[in-house]
Ligand binder design. Structure first.
Ligand code: NAD
Ligand SMILES: O=C(O)C(=O)C[C@@H](O)[C@H](O)[C@H](O)COP(=O)(O)O
Ligand code: ZN
Length: 318
């Protein structure tokens, strides 16, 4: 990775301070943030310097958080090396880390000065990580751009091939969805009164997903958990009379095509319910879910009956 960092355009003649983070979610802890701050302090890192992150979403989240907090904010440029990082984590300025209570509970909004997306970096990415990243792409299809779903359904193998124009188009379309949603509601303060939930729409499937990740000690990849979470919330919306049967069923069908998990019964529902209560969309004891009223029409379902939640969870059984 160091060699790659030194080859980045524009770094010639600049002093580079390499800082390695632990792999995956292990990067997103308070201890790692402290270590990074101490390293910046020792190197005399000032406001004319910039953080460059090089890695997947865990790296861009933590690197972005360190940049957001060091000297109350220095510039950050993200160079994502996973599909998930390219289409989601590096874009839009959410940064953060986990605590004992749950996923991403500490963080800051800190827009990157730039994002450099080079699909050639995906050549070494393990297939399971490519698959995981596609969950956020499919999410963008359901909440905003259904042509993403058509593309994935027509050519699922090409959707997983970094050399294919299909994956390139999917990445471009997903980034466009994210950038458009974020530019309307950078700090997730809410929709524009039209019923669209604003930035919260990007959290589609994430309420259960984050609970699953936490309950397994992050053994389930983020994208895998989001896939399960989307199937759950589609069924919840169907049971609540908000979403038609065909669109609800399309979730598992499309996600299955690219090898994402759509079934789950890994933890008792009561444990997941407790974990879902710390979700950032909650207001007091009121649980709030992003649901679809129709394809590409996201909205909020607040305080659904617990029996609906249990029924939707039971429907995930293998
Ligand atoms: N800030 C946001 O808006 C946002 C959005 C979505 C997800 N996220 C966060 O992103 C994280 C998930 O990101 P991820 O899926 O990229 O996981 P990750 O960062 O854990 O990377 C997955 C694995 O791929 C390896 N890897 C990365 N690039 C590689 C490459 N080019 N070749 C070979 N191996 C490579 C990593 O070392 C790691 O083992 C989660 O913590 C999630 O919460 C944040
Ligand atoms: O950018 C957003 O907003 C998102 O919700 C994108 C999600 O895919 C991403 O996983 C995000 O980190 C989740 O945010 P959180 O606020 O629920 O921690
Ligand atoms: Zn996500």
């Amino acid at each position: 990775m160091h060699a790659l960092l030194e080859r980045l355009p524009g770094l010639d003649g600049l002093e580079v301070l390499p800082l390695e983070l632990p792999d995956g979610e292990a990067a997103k802890t308070a201890d790692v943030a402290v270590r990074a701050w101490e390293a910046l302090g020792a190197a005399g890192f000032t406001r004319s310097d910039a953080v460059v992150t090089l890695g997947g979403g865990a790296t861009t989240d933590m690197g972005g958080f360190v940049a957001a907090t060091w000297l109350r904010g220095v510039r950050v440029v993200h160079v994502p090396t996973t599909v998930l990082g390219m289409v989601d984590a590096a874009v839009g300025g959410k940064t953060g880390m986990n605590t004992g209570a749950g996923k991403n509970l500490v963080g800051a909004f800190h827009e990157p000065a730039g994002v450099l997306c080079d699909l050639a970096l995906l050549d070494t990415l393990p297939r399971a990580e490519l698959v995981s990243g596609l969950a956020e792409v499919v999410k963008c299809g359901f909440i905003a751009d259904p042509s993403i779903l058509d593309l994935v359904e027509a050519e699922p193998a090409a959707a997983l091939d970094p050399a294919s124009p299909v994956l390139r188009e999917l990445v471009e379309r997903a980034v466009r969805v994210k950038a458009e949603v974020v530019s309307g509601d950078l700090r997730e303060t809410g929709g524009d009164g039209s019923g669209h939930p604003g930035r919260e729409a990007l959290n589609y499937g994430h309420t259960l997903a984050h609970a699953i990740e936490r309950s397994t000690g992050y053994a389930v990849r983020h994208g895998e958990a989001v896939a399960i979470g989307m199937v759950f919330v589609a069924e919840l919306a169907r049971l609540a009379g908000r979403l038609d049967d065909a669109t609800a069923a399309r979730h598992a069908r499309t996600l299955d095509l690219v090898g994402l998990p759509t079934r789950w019964q890994g933890a008792p529902f009561d444990e997941l319910l407790a974990l879902m209560r710390v979700d950032k969309k909650s207001r007091g004891s009121l649980l709030r879910f992003v649901v679809l009223d129709a394809l590409a029409r996201p909205s909020i379902l607040a305080g659904p009956d617990e029996h609906l939640l249990r029924e939707a969870y039971a429907a995930l059984a293998p």
